[in-house]
Design a protein around this ligand. Structure first.
Ligand code: MD3
Ligand code: FE
Length: 200
């Protein structure tokens, strides 16, 4: 496995997972999920998104970027839940708080192609990911698209930390296993990723 990758299975208890899903669902009322699109082609993304925090990651026909406002409502994103700020403090080893929590919402057939995350200028900061709801088949490769990959299942409550070399690695989600959990409505999956965007 690539340097800097850490897997903390069942970091959150079932009770903590339920509380976190309830809190996120409540925040989505003012900060709704929307469907982004691929740069240039405008092909709709398979996963719906929203963000929490001062900045949010957005993808549309014009490109990928971080911005302070929701692309459809024009309002600021909602707050990052304290539980997630505490998680960042516990596991990131980074001297400043996260600025974005990207919410990825997977339905039964959603997937996320192999990609790298390169839109953050704070390149020394890790990404911290929380999985909630149905299990996902996650694929992690190396620094080049052609690098060999390995797959693992991410289950509800699992935390993954992408630091060091792994922060620059190709990765994606091949599929979810819908209804492997009832935590998220319609047997879906929520992935929350905490990100530092700018150097402190
Ligand atoms: C490896 N999310 O939001 S989480 C993403 O399950 C993303 O929704 C996936 O890829 C998901 O960009 C994977 C684990 C993860 C998150 C960020 C990474 C792995 C990563 C950034 C760099 C390298
Ligand atoms: Fe990613």
């Amino acid at each position: 496995m690539i340097e800097g990758f850490r897997f903390l299975p069942e970091y959150f208890s079932p009770a903590q997972q339920r509380a976190l899903v309830s809190e996120v669902l409540a925040l989505l009322e003012d900060c709704p999920l929307y469907r982004g699109a691929m740069p240039r082609t405008g092909t709709p993304l398979s996963v719906r998104n929203t963000n929490l925090g001062p900045l949010g990651w957005v993808s549309d026909i014009k490109g990928y970027r971080y911005q302070p406002a929701h692309p459809e409502t024009g309002r600021a994103w909602g707050p990052i839940p304290q539980t997630l700020l505490d998680l960042w403090e516990d596991v990131s080893g980074y001297p400043a708080p996260p600025q974005a929590c990207l919410v990825n919402w997977y339905e039964a057939t959603s997937k996320l192609g192999l990609h790298i995350d390169a839109d953050e200028s704070a390149r020394d900061a890790p990404v911290v990911s929380v999985s909630l709801g149905s299990r996902a088949l996650f694929r992690l490769g190396g620094l080049e698209r052609k690098s060999p990959t390995s797959s693992m299942r991410l289950a509800s409550g699992d935390v993954v930390i992408l630091g060091g070399q792994s922060r620059r690695a190709y990765h994606g989600v091949d599929r979810i296993y819908p209804e492997s959990s009832t935590l998220v409505p319609d047997g879906g999956r929520i992935n929350l990723t905490l990100r530092r965007v700018t150097a402190p």
